[in-house]
Design a protein around this ligand. Sequence first.
Ligand code: PLP
Length: 379
Amino acid sequence: MADVEFLPFARPALSEAAIEEVVATLRSGWITTGPRVQKFEEMLSACHGGRRALALSSATAGLHVALLALTLETGDEVITTPLTFAATLNVIALAGATPVLVDIDPATLNMDVSRLEAAITPRTRVLMPVHFAGLPCDLDMIYALAKKHSLRVVEDCAHAIGAEYKGKKLGSFGDIAVMSFHPNKNMTTGEGGAVITDDKEVISAIERLRFHGIDRNAFNRFAKGGSQQYDVVLPGFKYNMMDIQAALGLHQLPELDGFIKKRAALVKRYYEALENWPELILPQAPTYAHTHAWHLFTPRLNDRDGFITAMKAENIGVGLHYQAAHMFSWYKERYDWKPEDFPNALAAGNSIASLPLFPTMTEAEQDRVIKAMEKVLKA
Ligand SMILES: *Cc1c(COP(=O)(O)O)cnc(C)c1O
């Protein structure tokens, strides 16, 4: 198959205008946090009901400062899903809190909200749902429980920018939402992320935490008319987004809905081609109204690892998102988690594969994937 180009499972769709904007930024003399970050934040805010959007170096940074802004104490518990990227659990541990896991619903691969209330204890402070693959969790249930038990909600929307729950865009309602702009995600700034919220205390805490604990941003300080004086009010991080990154975001964000439409059209073709294959279990939709962001398309199969290897031999990249997080050694040892504690996540983590899916993927490329799957799975 050496004559066929390798087809990756994901590839960013960067317009010439976006590339030109990066070049213009480089030539402008202002390459770190400045006017383009400010404009990108304003655009993000406008897309999310006017709520404040804080641009950051990554979603991991966003999840971290969101939890720190909620002033968690040692022993406080944050409830999340075992079927997520390691960053979700890492930031809980880094914030000094204890992750508590709720197993997934094997049909949707999202946290099984019917098990959520049983996991809430007097130490629970935060619910941290992950909208897996871009499918919104059942947020009415989650926010009802948050209200009943006085909990905060930090939504890990790394897969789900642009997704809608009951007609409302994720991040435009609720408590705190965190977006990712990693190159594999639905829109990119190279690396980058954002927190979206309307909580004034959380906003001012994150403004400080993202830049050294300084109470004024660098643009104001160094721009003409800005004051050189500043105070450090706490030991903060270096989590700011650069203008070079925001330059991409300014062009990616207006394209996001189009990207999602293309993803959805490709997913429709996957469902049509693959339904009724006994070798596969395809992801299922919940009954509530939603618009899926289709970051990932993750069928389940018996010999997943063999499938990934065989597809690679066909020059096709297949991703693994994710092994169940409770199986990673630090977590297993620290919290004494056993494989069978979260059997649905364990089984999903051992059987899901992310098929190639990105907005510039052609139908011919997708047909190549389906043909290769036929060869690999039905031979
Ligand atoms: C990608 C991802 C993150 C981290 O995003 P970064 O922008 O790479 O830091 C967090 N949670 C989930 C579920 C992710 O997929």
